[in-house]
Write a protein that binds this ligand. Structure first.
Ligand code: SME
Length: 156
């Protein structure tokens, strides 16, 4: 990973995960660390699949504006698309994407990265930015490394 800040954050998340008491405290650490250190990441949060209905994503810890999208069917939104496609989804201009479910009127771009444990998607990291077309290959690599650390924690 070329970007030192991204690399530092991934190391901090891995270190925290080594002794985290539960998944929620690890999620809280991630959203706080990522939102505080990366000013272009205006909304940082988790959606996890509902264990009692795996067709629905449920909002978890987040930083940023409150959202009405507390439960999202996997057939809807950029969030649903990342689960349905089983891969990271980057949208450079959310207003041009018919799948987009609006959280904040200021949001312009979004990246959603699945979290897998034992090969199965259990949830995702969702990031919104007020800046158009802001997420690229380095953001993807950074967030996929974060998602991997989270997935490994869930495998324990
Ligand atoms: N924009 C997402 C919905 C979640 S909010 O951004 C927090 C989507 O289109 O699925």
């Amino acid at each position: 990973m070329a970007n030192t800040l991204f690399n530092d954050i991934v190391c901090e998340i891995r270190d925290f995960a080594a002794t985290a008491k539960d998944f929620t405290s690890l999620q809280e650490f991630c959203v706080t660390t990522i939102a505080e250190r990366l000013p272009l990441y205006d909304w940082v949060g988790f959606y996890m699949l509902d264990p009692s209905n795996e067709n629905v994503l449920v909002l978890g810890p987040y930083r940023g504006a409150p959202t009405e999208h507390v439960r999202i069917p996997v057939t809807e939104g950029i969030c649903g698309a990342a689960v349905a496609q089983g891969e990271t989804v980057i949208v450079g201009d959310v207003l041009a994407d018919p799948r987009y479910l609006a959280c904040s009127l200021e949001t312009r771009s979004e990246i959603v990265v699945p979290i897998r444990a034992n090969g199965k998607i259990l949830g995702e990291i969702d990031i919104d930015s007020h800046t158009l077309d802001v997420f690229g290959a380095e953001d993807r690599s950074f967030l996929e490394s974060c998602a991997k650390a989270l997935g490994q924690f869930l495998e324990k």
